[in-house]
Design a protein around this ligand. Structure first.
Ligand SMILES: NC(=O)c1ccc[n+]([C@@H]2O[C@H](COP(=O)([O-])OP(=O)(O)OC[C@H]3O[C@@H](n4cnc5c(N)ncnc54)[C@H](O)[C@@H]3O)[C@@H](O)[C@H]2O)c1
Ligand SMILES: [Zn+2]
Length: 359
């Protein structure tokens, strides 16, 4: 079993060692156990997990509708009420069984209910395994503005069981792989070289990739849990990516995009900007852009779309003094924080994106 032991938020990766979760639950001695699922994890994951757990009847399942559209305060209010009506107290435990939407909402609801109850993340998507379930960022969207409300608070533990990926739709696997690609680009050439030749649909061989990504993320969040400095590099591609994701949710001019699909576009745009502003090597830019172009669907943005996306950037939490600040790279693994990017450059980056794959 692979593991990272910490005071809070220890991460375990194993398909067979569910004992570790049973032990944790015994240690925590919860008064009541709540299990948060969405419609899909209720269908595909809950029975599998219950089969592994020693808890028998003393749990209550809380169900929410799936999808980013439900990652909002209304869903939290429903869950706070459910906890309250089912006599949750400060010794209750919430187990979040799901993708990033479930772990983000569940972590936030648990962190705020009665000023905080314990929670455990059991990620069931690739994205949640390598990214969302780790690092303690929990929260919800405000309207279409991503992750505007939230807290940083670690789960009691994270247990990654790759078996859940067997029922995950392929587009969701790819979306999760976007965060793996991000980890490669921000970490090192050696990791990027492994990622770019790996088939992201090959779940059987995925252990090493999942774990290396977990380690990359964990190393960064351990040094800088509250994102004062180096944690910002985990936002690579996200400043533009989040604005694109928000725009795609609230608008019909472009198709609705999954988180990873939007982040993949954000990474191409940001790598182009890194090339122009920070001398990121041209050939590596071409390599990354072509790779992403071949893996993810290409979206056509018109000038009006781009203007709206730029407007949404002003909500970005990385902004300071009303300036939107980007994480750029000089090269793979070499970041530059707090870079101010002129609007003209963003239009130019979209132009570059438009022309990828056109010879
Ligand atoms: N907190 C963080 O640090 C962090 C980091 C990255 C992303 N995020 C957030 O994570 C969210 C995206 O996460 P996601 O991609 O996991 O989305 P998600 O939770 O919406 O899951 C994707 C879809 O897969 C379904 N699903 C989940 N597990 C399944 C399984 N095993 N089998 C079949 N279907 C399954 C879900 O019901 C959903 O329809 C975004 O809201 C993003 O902002 C948070
Ligand atoms: Zn992300």
């Amino acid at each position: 079993m692979r593991e990272i032991i910490k005071n809070t938020g220890s991460v375990y990766f194993s398909s067979s060692k569910w004992d570790i979760l049973n032990t944790k639950i015994n240690d925590l001695k919860p008064s009541t156990i709540f299990i948060l699922v969405d419609a899909n994890t209720l269908k595909y994951c809950l029975a599998f997990m219950l089969n592994k757990l020693e808890i028998k009847d003393n749990y209550k399942v809380l169900k929410i509708q799936e999808g980013e559209i439900n990652k909002n305060i209304k869903t939290c209010e429903y869950l706070w009420n459910q906890l309250s009506e089912n006599s949750a107290d400060r010794q209750s435990l919430l187990i979040n069984l799901g993708g990033g939407v479930v772990t983000d909402i569940g972590g936030f609801v648990a962190s705020t209910f009665m000023r905080g109850i314990q929670f455990i993340n059991i990620p069931t998507t690739l994205l949640a395994m390598v990214d969302a379930s780790i690092g303690g960022k929990n929260g919800v969207d405000l309207g279409i503005i991503k992750n505007q409300i939230g807290v940083i608070n670690n789960p009691a533990m994270v247990l990654i069981c790759k078996d859940f990926l067997n029922t995950l739709p392929k587009n969701q696997l790819k979306s999760g792989y976007a965060e793996v690609i991000k980890h490669g680009i921000i970490d090192s050439k050696s990791y990027w070289d492994k990622i770019k030749i790996f088939n992201e649909l090959n779940i059987d061989e995925m252990d090493a990739i999942i774990w290396e990504s977990v380690v990359v993320k964990n190393n960064i969040v351990t040094i800088d849990p509250f994102e004062k400095n180096i944690r910002k590099k985990l936002n690579y591609g996200h400043t533009l990516g989040h604005a694109i994701e928000s725009y795609s949710i609230g608008n019909h001019s472009i198709p609705s995009l999954l988180h990873g699909e939007a982040i993949a576009i954000g990474m191409v745009l940001t790598t182009y900007i890194s090339h122009i502003q920070c001398g990121f090597p041209k050939e590596t830019l071409t390599e990354i852009s072509t790779y992403i172009f071949n893996k993810f669907k290409k979206i056509e943005f018109n000038q009006d779309d781009i203007k709206h996306i730029i407007k949404l950037l002003k909500h970005d939490k990385k902004k300071h003094d009303n300036k939107v600040l980007f994480v750029l790279l000089n090269d793979i693994g070499k970041h530059q924080l707090n870079f101010e990017v002129p609007q003209k450059m963003i239009f130019e980056a979209f132009d570059y994106y438009k022309n990828i794959g056109q010879g």
